[in-house]
Ligand binder design. Structure first.
Ligand SMILES: Cc1cc2nc3c(=O)[nH]c(=O)nc-3n(C[C@H](O)[C@H](O)[C@H](O)COP(=O)(O)O)c2cc1C
Length: 471
């Protein structure tokens, strides 16, 4: 199933009974607190649409908890819902290998052009931007947003989700971590002493959002990838100010430019790590020249609260599939599963060990492949009898198959960034990784004490025999 725009997606979600409209919540912490409480309730997978926000016209809305259900994630990716995390990762990783990118289609206009504000008419306070966390340095209109930039040398267009704070009615701050594609683009313009043209969509089809939060290979546009996933091109309009392609059916889009040597304090912001770790520091501005929006526009938001939160698990599933594909492509055989826990901090790879060094090879690659390299902490390799998606089993393997002096290795000076809470401010940029081989030591694995795990056969047998009584 593919969707024309966010409203088309919302109609479908409502039909499944997964949409809750909340009237009257304030932008000042109420929207975010409600969203987080719902996201932390495992029995409540609803997507929340906030309307009648005090101080704003009815119809000016904020959408949260967009992807906190594996079913909605699957629908967004144009695939059938999977019964378990393992099956989602397996299905998506296979499908993602087969996706043939489709270039976006330029159209003359679209619903985002229902309202056009240019120059002096631009007012970024027009929208009910939430204050997401109590110590945030400002109101962040961009959390579930899509930032669009073009490589000045190679010409390709990138989409990335990078937080966006309102400075004043015509100026924004955007924080892009070192090494991200949008940052490389901006750095290239600045190195040539040129303004960096930027467009940002603050409400859009969740498919664009999903592709924007995942790293595609450098040089591949997420527009093309999203087109491939939905099986038809994303419709875009050539932006009047920047010439960048902007989503024709987005809710709110701005165009502007970021100038070299111009910066202002950004942050702090409550980050996905659960801390305000990047504090506040001068970051480049965006001088907004144009705002386009639909009638009754919807901001798509993300609370970035402590896990479990509204986006984190979708992120973990997508990342796990991507790491699996990347380490497989690098030559690691017999991978049984890959799971991510606590966002990107913990990656677990399950393998059927075939040769001495196999586990170390899997660990090293999972640590440094494109999808796994940024701000990881632990890579844990387990045997095939351990379910990497079940953290209780992973902890059991850690407790019983790891002799720390032999099985833990530290790798220094890896790719981190300002968000890393455990790195002091003056050392931010790098971190270290622990590789933990929580699998039976290869050279005596066949003599390792047998496990007392109950076999699947006996479990199934007693379930059948005592069905309706115990089970
Ligand atoms: C809700 C959410 C917010 C994010 N905010 C930021 C951010 O402020 N800055 C940043 O560099 N990355 C942020 N990320 C991570 C990037 O979106 C992600 O790394 C993405 O792959 C970047 O795109 P790129 O690989 O094209 O640079 C965020 C991710 C999510 C899910």
């Amino acid at each position: 199933m593919s969707f024309k725009d966010l409203r088309d997606w919302l109609e479908q979600i409502e039909a499944y009974g997964e949409l809750k409209t909340v009237e009257g919540a304030d932008w000042n912490m109420e929207i975010s607190a409600i969203s987080d409480l719902v996201a932390k309730n495992p029995a409540d997978k609803r997507c929340l649409l906030f309307d009648s926000i005090p101080g704003y016209p009815k119809g000016y809305r904020v959408l949260t908890n967009i992807l906190n259900s594996a079913r909605r994630l699957a629908l967004t990716l144009n695939q059938n819902p999977s019964p378990s995390d393992r099956e989602f990762v397996e299905t998506w990783r296979q499908r993602s290998k087969e996706i043939v990118p489709i270039k976006p289609k330029f159209v003359a206009t679209g619903s985002v052009m229902e309202n056009v504000h240019l120059g002096d008419d631009v007012n970024l306070w027009e929208f009910p931007t939430p204050l997401w966390h109590h110590l945030d340095g400002g109101r962040y209109i961009g959390t579930g947003s899509v930032t669009i930039t073009r490589d000045p040398d190679e010409g390709w267009v990138n989409l990335g989700t990078y937080r966006v704070m309102i400075h004043d009615d015509k100026t924004l701050a955007f924080f892009v971590s070192p090494g991200k594609d949008g940052r490389i683009h901006r750095d290239k313009y600045f190195a040539q002493n040129k303004p960096c043209p930027v467009a940002i969509s603050f409400g859009q089809d969740p498919l664009l959002l999903v592709t924007s939060i995942m790293p595609s290979p450098y040089g591949v546009s997420e527009y093309d990838y999203a087109g491939g996933i939905q099986g038809r091109p994303v419709e875009v309009i050539e932006g009047k100010v920047t010439g960048l392609p902007i989503p024709a059916h987005a809710e709110i889009v701005i165009e502007g430019e970021s100038l070299p040597h111009e910066a202002k304090t950004e942050g702090p912001f409550g980050e996905w790590t659960g801390y305000y770790a990047s504090h506040s520091r001068p970051e480049p501005l965006i001088r907004v020249k144009a705002v386009y929006h639909r009638n009754n526009p919807i901001i798509t938001g993300a609370t970035t609260a402590i896990m479990p939160n509204d986006f984190g698990h979708a992120y973990e599933l997508m990342r796990a599939a991507q790491i699996w594909n990347e380490i497989e492509a690098a030559g690691v055989p017999d991978i049984q599963g890959v799971a991510c826990h606590q966002h990107r901090f913990i990656t677990v790879v399950s393998i059927k060990q075939r040769y001495p060094g196999h586990a170390k090879q899997a660990a090293m690659l999972a640590m440094q492949c494109h999808a796994g390299a940024y701000l990881g902490r632990y890579v844990i390799v387990v045997d095939e009898d351990i379910d990497p998606y079940n953290f209780d089993e992973v902890i059991w393997a850690l407790a019983t198959r790891v002799d720390p002096q032999r099985a833990i290795e530290i790798v220094k000076e890896c790719w981190s960034g300002p968000l890393d809470p455990v790195i002091p401010v003056e050392e931010k940029g790098y971190n270290s990784r622990a590789l933990i081989l929580a699998c039976k030591p290869y050279h005596w694995k066949d003599k390792f004490p047998p496990s007392i795990q109950y076999s699947i056969e006996i479990k199934e047998y007693v379930k059948r025999k005592f069905a309706g009584d115990v089970f």
